[in-house]
Write a protein that binds this ligand. Structure first.
Ligand code: DAH
Length: 339
């Protein structure tokens, strides 16, 4: 029996030394120490021993059990250590490796200049208004004093969706929407996309952007309009910017004007940028037509206002000397990264 016990001890040690996984160890524990295990099997036979032999064998059996238990413990510890070492090795961080460069995007030139323009008007106490791009004929034309057969409608090349729903051709309808909801004093700008049925070329696009402005209050005069827009031009183009106003016609303003800035490339002498004119047209503007105020339930005897509208693409093209408008929409990073 003594030899059997020694044999079990040796076999268990050897097997546990080779055990590589937790289930292996558990299987060995059951095999040697389990209820039907080898050691238990020996102990069951102890009843047949003499009174002298029994304590000796009993003691030895206890030693063998303790030994096997110890071997199991160390086998488990060994597996854990090995796993940890492997994990650490796999997670090694080489701090000398060069980093991966993150490429940062940046604002589109149209957004960059739009933000500047917004900032200028927000600083003058304006807020930003929005309106739908799919618009009713009423807001885009009718309420702005362009009745159904008005010739100025032809110049707008409209995309119609139904007879009275269209893609807005200008941001001016936002004026009407603001005045319907809000009573004076009103000071808003309304930037946004507009649509015209134009073929795409270097200076035309069926989709482009405008920025509308509207001020309505008591005693607003043409002087306020000129002062505001001149200040705007100086903030956008620099203190030395010179502007001029030319009479013009818009159905929704009376009187109406266009504002030019003296060409910042040639200083008014005439060059390629200003096409020899010396001046660059920036926006349309005027005093809000009394009929437009009336259409919005604002009494023209009590209130007056001015409005203006400019094309964002044009402003940005002139700012950066860009000669082809299509570049804005082609998503060519070689172009976009220059701003
Ligand atoms: N909506 C005009 C256009 O698209 C621009 C414009 C001119 C807007 C004069 C105005 C304005 O508010 O007063 O050509």
């Amino acid at each position: 029996m003594k030899q059997q016990l020694e044999a079990i001890r040796a076999a268990a040690r050897q097997a546990l030394e080779q055990a590589a996984t937790e289930p292996d160890i558990e299987a060995l524990r059951v095999r040697f120490l389990g209820k039907k295990g080898e050691l238990t099997g020996i102990l069951k036979q102890m009843g047949g021993l003499s009174a002298e032999e029994r304590p000796v064998i009993g003691q030895l059996a206890n030693q063998v059990r303790a030994d096997i238990e110890g071997a199991i413990e160390s086998a488990r510890a060994h597996i854990k250590e090995k796993a940890l070492a492997e994990k650490l090795k796999a997670e090694t961080l080489d701090v000398t490796m060069p980093g991966k460069q993150q490429i940062l995007g940046h604002k589109h030139p149209l957004d960059k200049v739009l933000d500047e323009i917004k900032e200028i008007f927000l600083g003058m106490g304006y807020s930003v208004a929005e309106g739908p791009e799919v618009e009713y004929d009423y807001y885009n034309f009718e309420a702005l004093n362009l009745p159904k057969d008005h010739p100025a409608r032809d110049t707008q090349d409209t995309f119609y969706i139904t007879d009275n729903i269209l893609l807005r051709t200008q941001t001016s309808p936002v004026q009407v929407r603001v005045m319907e909801k809000q009573k004076p004093p009103i000071r808003v700008i309304a930037p946004g996309r507009v649509y015209r049925s134009d073929a795409l070329d270097a200076t035309h696009s069926p989709v482009f952007h405008q920025i509308e402005g509207l001020v309505v209050d008591k005693d607003v005069t043409m002087g306020d309009l000129k002062g505001t827009l001149e200040e705007f031009a100086k903030r956008l183009y620099g203190e030395e910017a010179v502007v001029r106003f030319r009479p013009h016609h818009f159905p929704f303003t009376e009187p109406s004007a266009e504002m030019d800035v003296m060409c910042f490339e040639c200083g008014g002498k005439g060059c390629r940028l200003c096409k020899g004119e010396g001046w660059i047209e920036i926006l349309g503007c005027g005093m809000v037509h009394p009929k437009v105020l009336q259409n919005c339930d604002i009494d023209p005897e009590e209130y007056s206002g001015f409005a203006f509208g400019m094309g964002l693409e044009r402003v940005v093209m002139r700012r950066y000397g860009i000669t082809d408008l299509r570049l804005f929409y082609e998503n060519d990073l070689r172009f976009l990264h220059q701003f």
